[in-house]
Design a protein around this ligand. Structure first.
Ligand code: TRP
Length: 363
C-alpha cells in the first residue's frame, strides 16, 4: 500500500559531468523507466547552492537551465518525473525551521560532509549559518515529498543519516508524520566516486579534470588521450599497474561485455585486458582508444538530444515552472500534516477552540 517515491537533486553550480552521470544520473533514468516508482521528484537545489555561493547568485541562476538541459538530455522525462527548482517551494523553508529544533549544533559539526566542505571552502573561521545548517534543509527536501528512496553519490551518505535522525526524532516527539528515507548508492564500486581525468580523486570544475555530458567529441578524445595512467608504465613491454590507473577505473565504470565484442574482440572481457596490462605488452594508447569509443558512444545521443532542447529554452523554463507548481502542492500537503502533528494548526482545529471555551464556561 505504501507508495514508492524518489527524491534527489543537484546543486546548479556547473554543468553536469560523467562523474554525476555514473554516480547518479544514469540510475535515475533507469529508475524512471522501470515503472517501479509511484512518483519521482528531481530537484535543482539552487537554495542549497546559495549556501556557499551567496556572493554569486548569477552563477547559480545561469546554471539552472544548464542542469535542466542535462536532465532532459539524459532522458529524464517531465511526463514521468517532476523536475523542479528548490527555491520555488517555500514550504521547504518552513519545514527546515521546525526541524532545526530537533538537531544540535554538535551533531551538525560532526557531519563528515559538512566538515570536509568547510575545509575545502576555507570557512573555518566564518561559517555561514545557512551553509552550516544545509543538512537540515536537505532533510526538509527529502521529507516534504515523503521520499522512500534517495539515489545519490557516496558523499551524500552523511546527509541521509542526518535526515533519518530528524525523521525519527520528529515522529517520536510529535507522532508519525514523516517517512524515513533510504539511500540508494550505485552498485558498481567504480561509480561511487569517479576520479578526474588527471587521477585526482575528485572530479571538479575548479580542477579542470572533468568530462562534461555535453562535451564535444574532439574534447572528449583529447581528455581521454591525456588521461592519468600508471606513471611507471613507460614502455609497452613494461608491466603496468591497474590500481589508481584512471583509464581502468573508467573502464570499470563504463565498459560492458558488448563493448569488447564490438570494439576490442581480441579480449573476451575486462579481466583479460587487465591481465595483459599487468603482464606487460599492452600500451596505454590502445586502452585509451577503447575507452574513447565507449565514452563517445555513450555521450553522443545525450549531446544530440541536448542540442535539440537548446533550441527552445523557453520550453525548458515552462517545464520547470510546471514542475515547481506540482511539487509545491505535494510539499504543502506534507507541511499541513507536519503542522497538525506539531499542533500549530490553530485555525483548523475546532477542538482547540471548543476546549478553551469550555475552560471559561466552567465557573
Ligand atoms: N546535496 C546534494 C548535492 O550536493 C543536492 C541535494 C539537495 C540533494 N537536496 C537534496 C540530494 C535532497 C538528494 C536529496 O549534490
Amino acid at each position: 500500500m505504501s507508495e514508492k517515491i524518489i527524491l534527489t537533486g543537484d546543486r546548479p553550480t556547473g554543468r553536469l559531468h560523467i562523474g554525476h552521470y555514473v554516480g547518479s544520473l544514469k540510475r535515475r533514468v533507469e529508475l524512471q523507466n522501470s515503472g517501479e516508482f509511484d512518483k519521482i521528484f528531481i530537484m535543482i537545489a539552487d537554495a542549497q547552492a546559495l549556501t556557499d555561493n551567496s556572493d554569486n547568485p548569477e552563477k547559480v541562476r545561469q546554471h539552472i537551465v544548464e542542469v535542466a538541459l542535462d536532465y532532459l538530455a539524459i532522458g529524464l522525462d517531465p511526463k514521468k518525473t517532476v523536475i523542479f527548482i528548490q527555491s520555488q517551494i517555500p514550504q521547504l523553508c518552513e519545514l527546515s525551521f521546525y526541524y532545526m529544533n530537533l538537531v544540535t549544533v554538535s551533531r551538525l559539526q560532526r557531519n563528515p560532509t559538512v566538515k570536509s566542505e568547510i575545509q575545502a571552502r576555507n570557512f573555518e573561521a566564518s561559517i555561514p549559518v545557512g551553509f552550516f545548517t544545509y543538512p537540515i534543509s536537505q532533510a526538509a527536501d527529502i521529507t516534504a515529498f515523503k521520499a522512500t528512496t534517495v539515489p545519490v553519490g557516496e558523499d551524500q551518505e552523511p546527509m541521509l543519516e542526518q535526515a533519518k535522525e530528524i525523521v525519527r526524532k520528529f515522529n517520536s516527539v510529535y507522532g508519525e508524520a514523516l517517512v524515513e528515507p533510504k539511500i540508494l548508492l550505485p552498485d558498481n564500486k567504480a561509480c561511487l566516486r569517479l576520479p578526474g581525468v588527471d587521477g585526482n580523486a575528485k572530479m571538479s570544475k575548479s580542477l579542470g579534470n572533468c568530462i562534461y555530458l555535453a562535451e564535444e567529441p574532439e574534447e572528449i578524445r583529447k581528455k581521454i588521450m591525456s588521461m592519468y595512467t600508471d606513471p611507471n608504465h613507460i614502455r609497452v613491454e613494461d608491466p603496468g599497474s591497474i590500481e589508481g590507473n584512471t583509464v581502468f577505473t573508467y573502464l570499470d565504470a563504463f565498459s560492458r561485455q558488448d563493448h569488447f565484442e564490438r570494439f576490442l574482440p581480441e579480449y573476451a572481457n575486462l579481466d583479460e585486458l587487465k591481465a595483459h596490462y599487468q603482464r606487460g605488452g599492452l600500451g596505454d594508447v590502445k586502452v585509451k582508444k577503447f575507452l574513447d569509443k565507449i565514452i563517445q558512444e555513450e555521450l553522443e545521443p545525450i549531446r544530440n538530444r541536448r542540442k535539440e532542447y537548446q533550441k527552445d529554452i523557453s520550453y525548458v523554463y515552462q517545464m520547470l515552472k510546471e514542475g515547481s507548481e506540482a511539487a509545491e502542492k505535494v510539499a504543502a500537503q506534507t507541511l499541513a500534516e507536519v503542522k497538525q502533528a506539531m499542533k500549530i494548526n490553530y485555525f483548523d482545529d475546532e477542538n482547540l477552540i471548543a476546549g478553551q471555551q469550555e475552560k471559561y464556561s466552567e465557573n
